[in-house]
Design a protein around this ligand. Structure first.
Ligand SMILES: Cc1cc2nc3c(=O)[nH]c(=O)nc-3n(C[C@H](O)[C@H](O)[C@H](O)COP(=O)(O)OP(=O)(O)OC[C@H]3O[C@@H](n4cnc5c(N)ncnc54)[C@H](O)[C@@H]3O)c2cc1C
Length: 410
């Protein structure tokens, strides 16, 4: 089936099988709501049964084995339908994409296909209180005891673990090696004995992040992802997929996410009209600057992804789009808040749905520049691995991890 035939088939199937978005009553995509995850599983199952799940995942793991052009045609046609967006990141576009690259044959067959059927959700157990940007400093330990791995430690900022079935968990397995060399990745079952999940309430009242405590969690050897002490390779693969996904450039994400309250969906021209400020030069300049930026955004992402696919740009170039998306979202937030003024904070005279959405987006402003690695780290990656500038100094480079000076107890 060529792309045009596929597009036509998708159009017909979507019209017959998927719920259309009612603009007056848009779907709930708030991921701290467990009902949203259940709904996503159901919708994913529907898409799978209809033959449109995992368009770019290989057929042997439950996908269709088609190219990005097919996924793009599905994305175009699915605009305006309710889709299981929450499953894109991190489950499909980061965790399953990573398993596809570095997982065992059994892990790919089991987990990717289960995720594509809507039966399994995967999450990321990477960051720790002392290991975020410097992820290779994780101190969650995995020790081999009687043929099984025993995991102890704590993870933080893990998105939606409460809704997940498995997590990709980065651990330290050799403390005598330099920090990048003694790490191993495991697939941890979230409801395994010894796993405790606590939700964190954010400043905007949402609770999608979790703390995860791992106390003597026993894993069989087949839970290892990649090779022993080669977890940094797995983590790097995962971070690469994360940057692409955060930049909107993953072929493993399905549909163009249309969150009704996103900055992009807030009609700033309509808001300016309602506020009577369309003649104000600063308003006009701000909106114009933002619209120009969105236009560059829409061109830059396929441009960079295309050059990465042909090898003209290195894989690290995903950081270019990751950075640009964050900066554009910040600009959108700043322009919108400047436009709406104090009403965003204290409830404006117009007290519109847009103003309330802007208030929420303002509180969540920093998320986009931290999740998926911070924008400062993206700049480091671009300077070192795209522009080939010298690496930044690291006092612990090449030093056995157990000799690195720190304030940790282990
Ligand atoms: C929306 C969102 C979702 C997330 N989901 C997950 C998840 O599912 N799983 C998970 O494991 N984690 C997740 N995280 C955590 C995220 O990966 C970390 O917050 C991030 O990597 C930053 O780490 P940190 O919070 O420890 O900050 P730190 O690393 O302590 O950084 C603090 C500040 O210092 C700057 N900084 C640090 N090092 C450098 C440097 N070398 N050069 C220049 N500046 C530097 C940073 O840019 C930042 O501004 C999520 C975070 C967010 C916001």
């Amino acid at each position: 089936m060529d792309v045009q035939e596929f597009r036509a088939a998708a159009r017909a199937w979507l019209a017959a099988n998927m719920p259309r978005v009612d603009p007056d009553n848009p779907p709930n995509y708030q991921i701290d709501d467990t009902a949203v995850w259940q709904r996503s599983r159901e919708l994913q199952r529907r898409i799978h049964d209809g033959g449109f799940a995992g368009i770019c995942f290989p057929a042997e793991y439950g996908g269709l084995g088609l190219t990005r052009e097919y996924q793009r045609s599905f994305d175009d046609e699915s605009a305006g339908y309710e889709l299981p967006y929450p499953l894109n990141v991190p489950s499909l576009a980061i965790c399953c994409a990573t398993l596809l690259d570095v997982g065992s044959e059994a892990q790919k067959r089991e987990h990717i296909s289960a995720a594509l059927r809507g039966e399994e959700i995967l999450c990321q157990l990477l960051s720790e209180p002392g290991a975020g940007s410097d992820l290779a400093s994780v101190t969650t330990r995995a020790e081999l005891k009687d043929g099984n791995w025993v995991i102890n430690g704590a993870k933080i900022w893990s998105t939606a673990v409460f809704a997940a079935d498995y997590g990709l968990c980065l651990t330290r397995t050799d403390w005598t090696e330099p920090k990048h060399q003694g790490l191993t990745m495991f697939l941890v079952k979230i409801d395994a004995p010894g796993v405790t999940v606590r939700r964190i309430v954010d400043i905007n009242g949402h609770a999608e992040f979790c703390e995860v405590f791992l106390d003597n969690v026993v894993l069989s050897p087949d839970a290892m992802v990649g090779e022993l002490n080669n977890g940094w390779t797995v983590a790097s693969t995962q971070l690469g997929h994360e940057r692409r996904a955060m930049g909107g450039g993953s072929e493993f994400a399905s549909g163009v996410e249309e969150f009704p309250d996103s900055n992009r969906n807030i009609d700033l021209v309509a808001l300016a009209r309602a506020l009577g400020t369309t003649a104000d030069p600063a308003t006009r300049a701000g909106i114009g600057r933002l619209y120009a930026r969105w236009a560059v955004h829409d061109t830059l992402i396929p441009h960079v992804m295309g050059r990465m696919a042909t090898g003209e740009l290195p894989a690290a170039s995903a950081s270019l789009i990751r950075l640009f998306v964050a900066e554009t979202e910040h600009l959108a937030n700043d322009v919108a808040v400047g436009l709406a003024g104090p009403g965003v904070v204290v409830g404006g005279a117009h007290d519109s749905a847009e103003e309330r959405a802007l208030a929420h987006n303002l509180l969540a402003r920093q998320i986009i520049s931290i999740g998926g690695g911070t924008t400062e780290m993206a700049r480091n990656v671009i300077s070192e691995r795209v522009l080939n500038m010298p690496r930044e100094f690291a006092a612990d480079r090449g030093v056995p991890f157990n000799e690195v000076r720190s304030n940790r107890s282990s």
